[in-house]
Design a protein around this ligand. Structure first.
Ligand SMILES: Nc1nc2c(c(=O)[nH]1)N[C@H]1C(S)=C(S)[C@@H](COP(=O)(O)O)O[C@H]1N2
Ligand SMILES: [Mo]
Length: 315
């Protein structure tokens, strides 16, 4: 069956929503046929997009306007659905986001499993954050959610909890990237933060964007957003959150240790081994026309977390 490819779209060429939706419906139909023939018994559900609005927190309002919603939801990294920027928007509809639970375990006094409905009820504010990918492009996104530390408070981390590991769902039936003959990453996708980074008020457990629940391609139904770090720290579609004594090794570090360190703080002075980080391309721009800001512009809030640390060695 021929596969229709939707190329990454500059915002000037983005189709109106109705055209896009029609296209998606057609593609969904084609994917459904494939799924039905190659994976008997695999049903797939439509993504759940519902209104999810919360008051905007005025303390988080960068001078830039939010990135066009269509661009932020069609230019994605979500390797479980393919490695191309347009793949997640095309393929992620197969992920079943209801029912959904998140296990919170490890070095905590009260481990528990939380249902997505309860997490949605906790989503209480919108914050417009700069979001910077290690690939040197950036966006400005209005995320809806709540501070991760509020979730942590429910499980009461013990004094041994020094790190937090975030784990994404790994479902070959629902994620075509997991059926590829050569795995793009070591699944499930895992990422980690030091406990003080996780508990920092900027770290947001995110359930929505642009006033709606997250589209699957952006990490539905729940993800983390850590705005002063490169985007890969912000793991999507979380099923497990573990409080750990030892520093976890993330999927990206396993893939290329010298390229993707544990800290991944946005830093114009520490280049990726294969490209510069000194400038960035704010989407939909085509050129790296801006200077990268230290900690992605959040230095005032987070620099103290790294006082005395060599940020080149701990990149
Ligand atoms: N599970 C999972 N989470 C992921 C990724 C991924 O491939 N799989 N990609 C990361 C990278 S590299 C980036 S830049 C952001 C992209 O988030 P966005 O698509 O919402 O912009 O998601 C991050 N979280
Ligand atoms: Mo990224």
């Amino acid at each position: 069956m021929p596969v229709t490819r939707i190329p990454p779209v500059p915002s000037s060429e983005i189709t109106p929503r109705d055209v896009w939706m029609n296209r998606r419906t057609l593609l969904a139909g084609a994917a459904g046929t494939i799924a039905a023939s190659s994976l008997p018994g695999t049903a797939w559900a439509a993504p759940v997009i519902e209104p999810l609005s919360a008051p905007r927190n005025p303390a988080f309002a960068p001078s830039d306007q939010p990135t066009d919603k269509k661009l932020a939801t069609t230019y994605n990294n979500y390797y479980e659905f393919g490695t191309g920027k347009a793949d997640p928007a095309r393929n992620a509809h197969t992920l079943k986001v209801r029912p959904w639970t998140v296990e919170i375990v490890g070095e905590v006094a009260k481990p528990r499993t939380v249902g997505i409905e309860d997490l949605l009820k906790m989503a209480m504010e919108e914050r417009v954050y700069r979001f910077r990918c290690v690939e040197a492009w950036s966006m400005v996104v209005p995320w809806v959610g709540f501070e991760f530390n509020k979730l942590a408070a429910l499980v009461e981390p013990t004094s041994r909890a020094k790190y937090v590991r975030f784990t994404t769902a790994a479902r070959p039936d629902e994620m075509e990237g997991l059926r590829a003959s050569r795995a793009a990453l070591d699944w499930p996708y895992t990422e980690g933060l030091r406990i003080d980074e996780a508990m920092h008020p900027l770290t947001m457990l995110t359930l929505g964007m642009y006033g709606e629940t997250l589209p699957n391609q952006n990490g539905a139904p729940v993800r983390i957003v850590v705005p002063w770090k490169y985007g890969y720290k912000s793991a999507k579609s979380l099923v497990r959150i573990e409080f750990l004594e030892k520093q976890p090794v993330s999927s990206w570090t396993k893939a290329a240790m010298h390229e993707y360190g544990f800290y991944s703080n946005v830093n114009p002075e520490v280049d990726h081994p294969r490209w510069s980080q000194s400038r960035e391309r704010l989407l939909p721009g085509l050129f790296a026309s801006r200077k990268t800001e230290m900690f992605n512009g959040y230095a005032e809030q987070v620099a103290s977390l790294y006082a005395g640390m060599d940020l080149k060695a701990n990149h």
